[in-house]
Ligand binder design. Structure first.
Ligand code: COA
Length: 314
């Protein structure tokens, strides 16, 4: 059975907005990126999602395809964004089977909660590689197709079809600095910076390059990795609630639509103004934990997905 539309998209958008468009998505089986893809597919696009886990990626592709009768959604598993050839091969298959790449979402990311004292060089490198190198590899492999798409879809066409758009899914941790997230904050700063260079180098060719920075979003893999205190975090957000995945899908539809044509080199923060509340009581911190005490005791939230099970070796 198809996921109810209200769970992944607001009723704001018109049918067929992305007819005959193709979106290529890294990390497309994840909770946020699959919702973004589902909204684009529902509005007419075909999609290619890639991920490391074969079964999870293929299953997500089949599920996303239920958003619209006749939708073509390819799931390519066994694909690691850290390996350029792996991404390039997926891009080639996408173009061969779906005919083009008009939009790209660089969403593959790595995260776990750990203090600097317990972070090995390889732990830091793993996240930098997935986020920064992975985004670079995605940019590098897809840009020729985005340039072609932008040439075919110059602004502004009467029917409002767009092409040549790329966005990266980032975070807000580096705006304030964030304990227990040094690796991710550094990586996301790199991602944001890279996307502005894309905007400056490829804007003249009609490509737009932007970033969406989600805040705390309910029922996501990211939230499971970062906090056990969803309700409490939601109550502290100036917007009064945790985000929903559809908040991120709606921002994506806006940036890829004709309405977003003049938005380039931008970071669109979708967080209910959450980051402005400061960083010290963010990921890995329960209500029982106080900054800076948890840094002295080495405590992090219990039972987080991806959380360290044993004491750090460092
Ligand atoms: N705390 C401290 N270090 C950790 C850790 C944790 N919770 N989890 C992994 N690491 C370290 C490992 O010990 C290893 O370092 P070492 O070789 O010095 O021991 C390093 O990170 C790489 O771990 P490994 O499991 O080999 O990497 P991987 O490439 O298989 O997995 C991760 C990458 C670590 C980012 C993994 O969490 C992952 O696959 N994440 C994908 C999903 C995800 O994070 N999504 C985020 C959505 S917000």
């Amino acid at each position: 059975m198809s996921l109810p539309e209200s769970e992944y998209m607001s009723p704001t958008w018109r049918d067929g907005l992305f007819n005959n468009r193709v979106v290529f998505v890294t990390g497309g089986a994840g909770t946020i990126c699959s919702a973004q893809t589902r909204a684009l597919v529902r509005l007419g696009a075909d999609a290619c999602i890639i991920g490391r886990n074969v079964e999870k990626t293929e299953k997500a592709a089949k599920d996303i395809a239920t958003a619209r009768a006749g939708a073509r959604v390819i799931g390519i598993g066994g694909c690691d964004v850290r390996n350029f050839q792996s991404v390039a091969d997926a891009v080639e298959r996408c173009v061969k089977e779906l005919g083009a790449i008009d939009f790209v979402i660089a969403g593959a990311a790595g995260n776990f909660v750990v203090p600097l004292s317990g972070m090995s060089p390889n732990a830091f490198k793993s996240v930098i590689d997935i986020d920064v190198l992975g985004t670079f590899n995605t940019v590098k492999a897809t840009l020729p197709h985005l340039v072609t798409s932008a040439e075919k879809n110059p602004h502004a066409k009467a029917e409002g079809r767009t092409g040549g758009r790329i966005l990266a899914v980032s975070a807000t941790f580096h705006y304030t600095g964030m304990p227990l997230q040094a690796h991710v904050a550094a990586a996301k700063a790199g991602v944001d910076s890279l996307m502005t260079s894309v905007a400056l180098e490829y804007g003249p060719r009609g490509v737009t390059s932007n970033v969406i920075a989600p805040g705390p979003i309910a029922n996501t893999e990211g939230m499971a990795r970062l906090s056990n205190a969803e309700a409490e975090i939601g109550s502290r957000v100036p917007g009064g609630r945790l985000g929903a995945v559809r908040d991120i899908s709606d921002a994506t539809v806006y940036l890829f639509s004709d309405a977003g044509s003049y938005v380039n080199g931008h970071v669109l923060v979708v967080d209910g103004a959450s980051w402005r509340m400061g960083g010290a009581n963010g990921p890995g911190v329960d209500s029982t934990m106080q900054y800076p005490n948890y840094l002295f005791t080495g405590e992090i939230s219990k039972g987080l997905a991806g959380g360290k099970k044993s004491k750090s070796k460092l």
